[in-house]
Design a protein around this ligand. Structure first.
Ligand SMILES: [Zn+2]
Length: 294
């Protein structure tokens, strides 16, 4: 069908975040059985993007943290030295092939890869936004107007996530949308507030049904637990309400849910456990084995 996209999940990096910050009010006694922490209480998370292809069109959903990091920042997050450009090269796609990028929100681990510093300046703490250039010079970058405004004004509970070096070089590329919008046939966005007020999810029509990328509404499969909000959420209550509605609809409509930070599985389906609580189950082939682990 003409409106169907081919989807390739990309692993564009990995890093470690504090386990307590990733699971909010859930006690360590519980979450440490889901993902075991290192000696500094950090858990290993993947950073993922999606490549969408149809005919000559190449669309990227998310861009990872990129490479503009000092050695100290890299150590804090134990950032893997890998970027979206590396991941695209492995599937024979060059940055100039990408005509459209969609990001869920503008936190550093979602848009850092959209800009690059000169090679010898990437780790320099005195790097300025002027020195950075768009990684995908041909692409427009779709983001909610609310998110862009909040990011430029640095309205965040995190002091250093809406970084000028990630934002200012994109000024001429950004395409602002407000609320639900069809971006291309078979490809649309919808607000998913809570993590940030301007976060959006991405809905993609494929031959095997609807794939949804909910960003940090559901960063790992363990976040299907309604109480598992993030310390980074602007509103944990709104996250819970948004998540509840999302999972109910996802279950009813058999969405494939693509996870940005799950350490094991890029694609899941909404299920329920014996007590009727929502779960996110790895997408399995008919034989029962996960079709993709990365
Ligand atoms: Zn985020």
């Amino acid at each position: 069908m003409a409106e169907h996209w081919k989807i390739t999940p990309l692993r564009v990096g990995s890093f470690r975040l504090d386990g307590g910050a990733m699971f909010g009010v859930i006690p360590r006694f519980i979450w440490s059985h889901w993902i075991s922490p290192d000696e500094n209480n950090r858990i290993l998370l993947s950073v993922r993007a999606l490549l969408l292809e149809r005919g000559d069109e190449r669309v990227l959903v998310e861009a990872g943290y990129g490479d503009k990091w000092t050695e100290r920042e890299r150590a804090i997050y134990e950032m893997e030295r890998r970027t979206v450009v590396d991941a695209l090269a492995e599937v024979s796609t060059s940055p100039s092939d990408i005509s459209l990028v969609i990001v869920t929100h503008l936190h550093f681990d979602h848009i850092g890869g959209l800009t690059r510093a000169p090679a010898d300046r990437a780790t320099d703490p005195s790097l300025t936004p002027d020195e950075c250039r768009p990684t995908f010079p041909r692409a427009r970058a779709v983001v909610q107007r609310r998110e862009w405004d909040d990011a430029l004004a640095n309205r965040s509970i995190m002091a250093r996530t809406y970084l000028p070096a990630n934002l200012l070089p994109l000024r001429d590329q950004v395409q602002l949308v407000e609320g639900a919008a069809e971006i291309l046939p078979g490809l649309s966005v919808q607000p998913l507030g809570g993590h940030t007020p301007g976060q959006q999810g991405v809905w993609i029509q494929t031959e095997s049904g609807t794939v949804v990328f909910p960003g940090d509404l559901l960063p790992t499969r363990h976040h299907a637990h309604l109480s598992a909000s993030l310390g980074y959420d602007m509103s944990s209550w709104e996250t819970m309400q948004t998540k509840k509605a999302f999972l109910a609809q996802g279950r009813a409509e058999h969405w494939q849910v693509a996870l940005d930070h799950d350490p094991d599985f890029p694609l899941t389906m909404v299920g329920a456990d014996a007590k009727g609580r929502w779960t996110l189950e790895p997408l399995c082939a008919s034989g029962g084995a996960p079709i993709l682990r990365m």
